[in-house]
Design a protein around this ligand. Structure first.
Ligand code: HGY
Ligand code: MN
Ligand code: MN
Length: 414
C-alpha cells in the first residue's frame, strides 16, 4: 500500500519563519499592520510563492488576495483554504500566516503528486483580519461576504488617520475585482488555537465548531484639565479617573456574571498626558466577547448603563462609538465531522472546540459551508512574541488540512 501523501514540512516551516521575519524593526519586534509597507512586503513574498506554482492570482478591491489552482471544471467554485497575514503589534509568527501558508503548501503538495481535483482549489489571504489599524477586525472578509460595502471598507480611517483605500493603492494591492466575485464551494481555515485548551488537555487537533460573538467599542470621556496640585479632589472632572473606573467595572461585571464572558480594555490614552495635569480627555476601547448572543447584548447594555451613571457622578460626559459587532457563529457540522474523521484516520487525538478568537472563517460562514482546524498553542499564548507551536504540530495540522481539502474537492453541499 503506498504511503499516504504528506506535505513538505520543511518547506512549510521555512516559509512561516521567512514570512515571520518580514516587518521586524531594529529591536526585532514584529508588526505587519494591514496595508502597511511591511504588509506589502509580506504580500509580495506570498505572491512570489503563489507564482512559483503558477497559481492564478486575483486581488479584489479591498485587497483580499487569492491564489487559484485552476484544475478540473474551472467553471465550478473552488474549495478554499485561507486566513490572514496581517499581524497585531509586537506579534508572533503563526497567527493567520500558518493557515495561509498551509493552504499554499496543500496546493503545492497536491500539484506535485499529480492529484487531479474535479474543481479548482484556492488559497486566500484576507485583508486586515486583526483590525488593529483599521477596525472592525476581519474588515477584508467582511466586505468579501457583503457584510459591509466595498466603499465603506475603503473609506475606513485607520488609527494613523489614513484610509484603507488610499493605503491599499499606495502599496499596490488595490485590486479591481469586486469583493465576493470568487465565491468558495466551501472554506477551511487552519489556525493556532491561541488558547490553552488543546495543550492543557493533551489534544493534537481541534475540530472548531463555533466562534464567540465580538463587540468592540471606543469610549471618549471629556473631563477638565486642571492643576494637579491646587485642585481639590471634589472639584475635579477627572477623565483619567473615569477611565480607570471603567476598567475595574468590567472586571467586576465579568466576575459577577459567572459566565465565559471576557472583557478587555486594550488601549487607553489621556490628554494632555502630563504628569501634573488632571486629564481633560481619555480615550479607551472595550473588547467584549461571549459565546452567547443574548448574554453579549446584556453585557453591552450593562456597560451602557454604567457609563450613564459614571458621567453623572464624575461630571465627565462620555460618548460611545461602535467599532465592530459580530454574532457568534456555528460552523458546518459536515466539515467539522470530516476534520474529526481525518484526525481519527491519522491516529490523532482531537476534540471539538469553540474559538475565543475571531477569524475570517466567522465571515465566510455567512456565504459558504465553513469550518476551522486548530493546533495547540504552547502555554496558550498568542498576540505576543511568545506565541509558539512546535514544527511537528504545525506539520500535523497541515497534513490534516491536506486530507480535509482532498475530501472536500469531491464533496457536494446541497
Ligand atoms: O481579535 C481577534 O480575535 C482576532 O485575532 N482578530
Ligand atoms: Mn488570526
Ligand atoms: Mn489575531
Amino acid at each position: 500500500m503506498s504511503e499516504p501523501l504528506t506535505v513538505n514540512g520543511n518547506r512549510l516551516v521555512r516559509r512561516i519563519e521567512e514570512l515571520g521575519q518580514i516587518g521586524r524593526d531594529e529591536n526585532g519586534t514584529l508588526t505587519r499592520l494591514a496595508a502597511s509597507d511591511a504588509d506589502k512586503q509580506g504580500r509580495d513574498a506570498l505572491v512570489s510563492w503563489m507564482k512559483s506554482i503558477e497559481l492564478d492570482i486575483r486581488i479584489d478591491r479591498v485587497g483580499n488576495l487569492f491564489g487559484i489552482w485552476q484544475q478540473g471544471d474551472v467553471s465550478l467554485s473552488p474549495v478554499m483554504a485561507g486566513s490572514h497575514i496581517d499581524t497585531v503589534i509586537n506579534a508572533g509568527i503563526y497567527d493567520g500566516c500558518y493557515g495561509v501558508l498551509s493552504g499554499l503548501e496543500v496546493i503545492e503538495t497536491l500539484r506535485e503528486s499529480g492529484f487531479a481535483p474535479a474543481r479548482p482549489i484556492a488559497v486566500a489571504a484576507f485583508t486586515g483580519e486583526e483590525g488593529v489599524r483599521f477596525a472592525p477586525d476581519m474588515i477584508g472578509s467582511l466586505a468579501y461576504v457583503g457584510g459591509s460595502s466595498c466603499e465603506q471598507a475603503l473609506a475606513t480611517v485607520g488609527t494613523d488617520g489614513k484610509t484603507l483605500g488610499d493605503e491599499l493603492m499606495r502599496i499596490g494591492y488595490a485590486g479591481d475585482m469586486a469583493p465576493g466575485t470568487l465565491r468558495p464551494h466551501c472554506y477551511v481555515e487552519l489556525h493556532i488555537e491561541q488558547g490553552p485548551v488543546l495543550e492543557h488537555e493533551g489534544f493534537q487537533i481541534g475540530a472548531v465548531e463555533s466562534i464567540q460573538g465580538i463587540s468592540w467599542q471606543r469610549v471618549v470621556i471629556e473631563g477638565q484639565a486642571n492643576h494637579a496640585g491646587t485642585t481639590p479632589m471634589k472639584l475635579r472632572r477627572d477623565a483619567g479617573l473615569a477611565a480607570a473606573r471603567i476598567v475595574t467595572y468590567l472586571r467586576d461585571y465579568v466576575g459577577r456574571s459567572n459566565s465565559p464572558t471576557v472583557a478587555t480594555v486594550g488601549t487607553m490614552r489621556f490628554e494632555p498626558n502630563a504628569i501634573n495635569v488632571i486629564p481633560s480627555r481619555a480615550m479607551l476601547t472595550v473588547d467584549l466577547r461571549d459565546p452567547d448572543e443574548i448574554r453579549l447584548q446584556t453585557g453591552e447594555n450593562a456597560l451602557c448603563d454604567f457609563l450613564s451613571k459614571l458621567e453623572k457622578e464624575e461630571g465627565t460626559p462620555i460618548s460611545l462609538e461602535r467599532l465592530a459587532r459580530f454574532e457568534p457563529v456555528n460552523f458546518d457540522d459536515r466539515i467539522v465531522a470530516l476534520v474529526e474523521q481525518v484526525a481519527r484516520e491519522m491516529g490523532l487525538k482531537s476534540r471539538r472546540i469553540a474559538s475565543g478568537a475571531g477569524h475570517d472563517a466567522q465571515m465566510i460562514a455567512r456565504i459558504a459551508p465553513a469550518a476551522m482546524i486548530f493546533v495547540p498553542s504552547i502555554n496558550g499564548i498568542s498576540h505576543s512574541p511568545d506565541e509558539f507551536t512546535p514544527p511537528d504540530d504545525l506539520v500535523t495540522g497541515a497534513n490534516v488540512l491536506l486530507r480535509v481539502v482532498s475530501n472536500l474537492v469531491k464533496a457536494e453541499f446541497n
